[in-house]
Design a protein around this ligand. Structure first.
Ligand SMILES: [Zn+2]
Length: 106
């Protein structure tokens, strides 16, 4: 049985909102798992800019949410750090060829 973090009412495992106080129930376990999966995929995906953005950004968002929760802080921070690096790599991978392109025109 899970409990609402805001009012303590017992809630069904898959409920997204508390039936008693209407507070949002965040599944940190799922969020941290997805965030880490996105982060790990982005390690390989940044080579292709579109895939890099599609994996590093969700990884970053999920992991930054998860980091607020004490028991998931470690997982969240790992995923967050990986995603920041891969996002930077993705952006570099977009910008550097663009700069080369511009300097070739000149
Ligand atoms: Zn509640």
């Amino acid at each position: 049985m899970k409990y609402c973090p805001s009012c303590g009412t017992g809630i069904e495992p898959k409920t997204k909102k508390c039936p008693n106080c209407n507070a949002e129930i965040v599944d940190y376990e799922k969020l941290s798992r997805e965030g880490l999966i996105f982060a790990i995929i982005s390690i390989f995906a940044w080579i292709i800019p579109l895939f890099g953005l599609l994996t590093s950004i969700p990884g970053l968002i999920n992991c930054s949410k998860v980091r607020k929760k004490e028991e998931y802080k470690k997982k969240g921070t790992i995923g967050f750090s990986i995603s920041i690096i891969t996002l930077a790599l993705t952006i570099a991978n977009i910008i550097i060829p663009a700069i080369k392109e511009i300097s070739l025109i000149k």
